[in-house]
Design a protein around this ligand. Structure first.
Ligand code: ATP
Ligand code: MG
Length: 365
């Protein structure tokens, strides 16, 4: 489970953060974080094969019996520039100081590797019992607004609620967002949250105004249920189908592929689609994510007509077939293929021979 085989009598090693929370909730952890009160790089290399060291952060990743474990030195931080990465003020501080820089009380629990004792400086055990997410201080969201998205992610993943005061702090922050923030982290948290494919998470994201972290433009909740849509039509970039509803993702650093998905949608949205032929041609080279955005923001019936029916219709005739009929390669080919496709969309049962007849008719006309 979440426990790795480390024997240590120093009393200075603690499981920390998510891994302690997950163990108490009886859940498997994605990653195992251990903190060392002092300099982890010097002390923790002995636990296995060293994978990576980051001296600036005092962290070291070690392979312990086949599991990658992150060892961190206890550290204290300050947010000189709100919304950006904090500056480390001390590596090797006390455990309490290390715990107080964290996001929520349920993520601020430590468990001694030597004694198994749970150290709870912030009331995290009670909050865990009461399924409550509570920040550690009033400036928490100002220091790091990505915690608002983390709160959404944890509340949906675990069925937790924000404590009342924390909700108030969140509302306050969202009513006056400071857009000078690290959007790389915002994107990472958005991806983790929306990749859960949860309609509930998305509805909260819109209704609670969390989307305001990303755009100043007003966003309303679409009527289409995105979770169901994605279950029926799976896509690789689940998060982008949700985030794309905001339309304005200019603050996020998108990859080329992600940009293409949004650009394709923009083209689709403005395409004329008055018949099956036009629908087919508009959608045939678009990414499925773009088509789902069209379903959500423009016309679900039309997008589903393509996904359920039209896209399975393929013409069999190719350029070689046309050459065999004595037609020289030319722009005429496109017109011929369009004529075949139009006929085939109206009558999908058409055979290859039927298609050739269409070509012959076309040539005669
Ligand atoms: P997950 O199960 O998604 O990995 P986690 O709680 O382990 O959740 P991580 O992102 O792995 O989250 O971070 C590990 C720990 O580091 C957290 O439990 C929390 O204590 C702390 N942490 C992470 N991100 C922040 C943040 N933005 N602000 C403050 N503390 C954070
Ligand atoms: Mg984790």
């Amino acid at each position: 489970m979440n426990i790795v085989n480390i024997k240590d009598t120093s009393g200075k090693l603690y499981y920390i953060g998510g891994v302690v929370r997950d163990e108490l909730l009886g859940r498997e952890s994605f990653d195992i974080d251990i903190t060392y009160v002092g300099n982890a790089i010097e002390y923790c290399a002995k636990f296995g094969e060293v994978i990576r060291v980051n001296p600036d952060f005092g962290t070291i990743r070690v392979n312990v019996c086949g599991r990658e474990v992150d060892f961190a030195s206890t550290r204290a931080e300050v947010y000189d520039r709100k919304g950006h990465l904090p500056r480390i003020t001390k590596i090797g501080c006390g455990l309490k100081e290390d715990v107080l820089r964290r996001d929520f009380t349920v993520n601020a629990l430590a468990k001694s590797i030597t004694t198994g004792e749970i150290i709870d400086y912030t009331g995290g055990l009670d909050d865990l019992k009461n399924k409550t997410l509570r920040v550690l201080h009033d400036g928490s969201f100002i220091d790091d607004p990505t915690r608002i998205i983390r709160g959404l992610k944890f509340s949906v993943r675990f069925g937790f609620e924000l404590d009342e005061h924390t909700k108030k702090l969140q509302d306050e922050y969202l009513s006056a967002v400071n857009y000078d923030m690290c959007y790389k982290r915002v994107k990472k948290e958005l991806m983790e949250t929306f990749n859960l494919n949860s309609q509930e998470a998305f509805e909260r994201f819109i209704r609670d105004g969390i989307y305001k972290l990303v755009t100043e433009k007003k966003v309303v909740l679409p009527v289409v249920n995105i979770e169901e849509l994605i279950k029926k039509y799976p896509v690789q970039n689940v998060w982008l189908v949700y985030a794309g509803v905001l339309r304005d993702l200019s603050r996020l650093e998108l990859t080329r592929q992600e940009k293409k998905i949004l650009d394709d949608f923009a083209v689709l949205e403005n395409s004329r689609m008055n018949n099956d032929f036009e629908i087919y041609r508009a959608f045939e080279n678009a990414e499925q994510e773009s088509i789902l955005l069209y379903a959500i923001l423009k016309d679900k019936d039309r997008a589903c007509r393509y996904l359920d029916n039209l896209r399975n219709i393929k013409i069999q005739t190719n350029g070689e077939d046309l050459q065999k009929l004595g037609i020289k390669p030319s722009p005429e080919y496109k017109k011929i293929f369009d004529a075949i496709l139009t006929a085939k969309l109206a009558n999908p049962q058409m055979t290859g021979a039927d298609e050739i007849n269409i070509v012959k008719n076309y040539l005669n006309s």
